[in-house]
Design a binder for this molecule. Sequence first.
Ligand code: ADP
Length: 235
Amino acid sequence: MSFVQLNHIVKSFKHQEVLKDISLEIPEGQIFGLLGPSGSGKTTLIKIMLGLLKPSDGTAVIEDTVMPSLKQMRSIGYMAQSDALYSELTARENLLFFASIYGIRKSRRKRRVEDIAKMVDLTDHLDKKLAAFSGGMLRRMSLAAALMHYPKLLVLDEPTVGIDPVLRASIWKDLKNLQNQGTTIIITTHVMDEAEKCDCLAMLRNGRIIAQGSPAELQEASKSSTLEEAFLYYG
Ligand code: ADP
């Protein structure tokens, strides 16, 4: 069954049509990659899925609920490119804050923060201020915050931008673990070895999906020997 279904989504800002008849289905438990150059419409599409923007036409349906729906928005975790984290507070204080705004019961917050910190490998840093964190540690903090309320759908906008390959690999390990627990994940990326790890990819150009399929299918259909070459082919 599809967890996310987009039906003929159109979005215009004033006279500019930035999304043009986008339809796609994302099965439950899949890691789905959205690829496309800057300005192709990825963030706008994500915001429509999240219920932060209304489409001009068409519908975004998550688990049988048409977005925007407050109930469904609570089951989504969103990791934006830059998050509102408090650099003068410790990691623990930041996560306790997210636990409270996400409605985790007070008696459970301390335990939840410790479990989440363990999941993203920040246990040893919980009592440090974020001001002392590296870029990679901050990305892990953002992931922890997005996971706080046990989301069924996790949406990540370029989650590993600006971090080194070792940390990128460890974030991917977290994502695969979440997938194994049944979480559906949507990710935007420019990084080729991330695209290869997705179950399915959609390539956006000027507000349209120009190719869609598994990395292997896209590669084969373009008769390319690497995914990078395939992207150039669809370019
Ligand atoms: P991407 O995430 O792929 O870089 P975006 O979805 O951010 O693309 O943007 C797609 C297009 O929509 C761009 O041309 C951008 O200028 C335009 N756009 C995005 N948000 C707005 C807005 N709030 N008002 C007007 N134009 C916008």
